[in-house]
Design a protein around this ligand. Structure first.
Ligand SMILES: CC(C)(COP(=O)(O)OP(=O)(O)OC[C@H]1O[C@@H](n2cnc3c(N)ncnc32)[C@H](O)[C@@H]1OP(=O)(O)O)[C@@H](O)C(=O)NCCC(=O)NCCS
Length: 391
């Protein structure tokens, strides 16, 4: 009982006096566990971290550090084991030990010295990248660095994986947004949330606009055409399917970040095809581009004209650093289009792709922002197909 009183008093000294709501209690119960009597005894004498939270009924809850204790060899060995993670830097080691003991690393999904170190490194990395991107939003190193800090990389955790959401109580005790609010949610909203350009876009012969329900009959003609679907992922569709798909495409986009721009190419008042961008990869700094032209509109350069404009939008408006196109290697017209756009064939994968009843090869084409800019600077005459946003 005395341990409990001591611990609650010390907890209040460190965190201040703030109400725990029902939601705070539920959150704390979900991510932490009530301290055992043995743990309370060690917490009271400062050998284990103070509770992460004290629930509104007075129950102290703690992070599960059983693995840390087992690796350290026990509570008595914990300090010496812990500080070894900061070799040659005793000041930081002791600072981190004190913070660990204060119970204030409640933002961490896993409370251990590796994660504590990683958090500090990633926060510094994210701060430096944010500063650089505020000065120059096209800074490619900062884009990569921020993406790694927030989203992680292959087999490497980022802040998103490390940090818990935390609670309203935390905003009170820490006096502002939580570390996750600041370094995951707000960073994503500022840097990883591409917004569509003003639409429609116009080129010399085309209007690039969102799909409307009235497009359904023309789209249905294309989707029942075997030449049109031969190299697409989807099979032929009956008219009712295309009409229903068109209806779906006309609905407001789903909640959540904008990850897809799909536009109808309209020529002389009629839809003649589509161009699309999918944003992906680290910091959504890559866009995959796709194109389809209805068979009766082929051979006039309309797909090239639309895709040229979309490439401009990808680099100039969205600021991506790389645009890719993946295609069935048998789709020679599509490969020719990628090459007309100045894209480079980066891979020819043999029989890697199951499509329409066979294993087929695939190509990946790509163009980097620097390459695209060099091509455009090299053009002495103004690009006749380049459009301007309307609206
Ligand atoms: C891939 C696809 C879009 C290519 O269409 P396309 O008609 O070859 O492309 P364009 O509209 O850019 O037209 C280019 C052709 O028009 C000619 N052309 C005429 N006027 C032109 C102009 N002003 N500018 C450029 N090209 C012009 C070009 O010489 C070229 O002809 P060629 O292939 O005989 O040399 C089309 O085949 C298609 O949609 N197929 C079905 C769906 C599909 O497979 N999509 C791709 C999935 S990866």
């Amino acid at each position: 009982m005395n341990d409990l009183v001591t611990i609650r008093d010390r907890f209040r000294e460190v965190n201040g006096e703030h109400p725990m709501t029902e939601a705070d209690d539920a959150y704390a119960r979900e991510h932490f566990r009530p301290a055992t009597a043995d743990q309370l005894a060690d917490i009271a004498v400062g050998r284990l971290p103070l509770p992460a939270y004290v629930l509104s009924d007075g129950t102290p809850v703690v992070a599960d550090i059983s693995e840390v204790l087992a690796a350290a060899g026990g509570v008595a060995e914990l300090h010496d084991w812990f500080v070894e993670f900061w070799p040659g830097d005793p000041a930081t080691a002791e600072f981190e030990w004190d913070t660990f003991l204060s119970g204030q690393y409640v933002c961490l999904r896993t409370l251990d010295p590796i994660t504590i170190r990683r958090r500090a490194v990633l926060l510094d990395q994210a701060q430096a990248a944010v500063d650089a991107l505020r000065a120059d939003p096209r800074d490619e190193l900062a884009q990569g660095s921020l993406a790694e800090a927030v989203d992680g990389g292959l087999s490497v955790a980022g802040l998103d994986e490390l940090l818990l959401p935390m609670t309203a109580y935390d905003r009170l005790r820490f006096g502002g947004p939580t570390v996750r609010d600041l370094w995951v949610d707000m960073v994503r909203a500022e840097f990883h949330d591409p917004q569509p350009p003003p639409l429609p876009l116009r080129t010399k012969r085309l209007t690039l606009r969102r799909v409307v329900l009235e497009d359904a009959p023309v789209r249905a003609r294309a989707w029942t055409h075997p030449d049109f679907v031969r190299y697409l992922l989807h099979p032929e569709r009956v008219a009712a399917e295309t009409t229903f798909e068109t209806y779906r495409h006309c609905q407001p986009p789903p909640e959540g970040p904008h990850r897809f721009l799909g536009l109808v190419m309209e020529h002389e008042g009629e839809p003649v095809g589509n161009v699309v961008l999918f944003f992906q990869g680290a910091g959504v700094a890559t866009a995959e581009m796709g194109w389809t032209l209805y068979p009766w509109a082929a051979g006039k350069g309309l797909a090239t004209e639309a895709a040229t404009e979309l490439l401009r939008v990808a680099f100039e408006h969205y600021g991506v650093r790389r645009v890719v196109a993946n295609l069935d290697a048998e789709n020679q017209r599509s490969a020719a289009l990628a090459e007309r756009l100045g894209m480079r064939r980066e891979s020819h994968k043999l029989a890697d792709f199951w499509s329409k009843g066979r294993w087929t090869d695939s190509y990946e084409y790509a163009i980097l922002r620097g390459e695209w800019e060099a091509q455009h600077c090299a053009e002495s005459a103004p690009d006749s197909s380049r459009g301007t946003p309307a609206g």
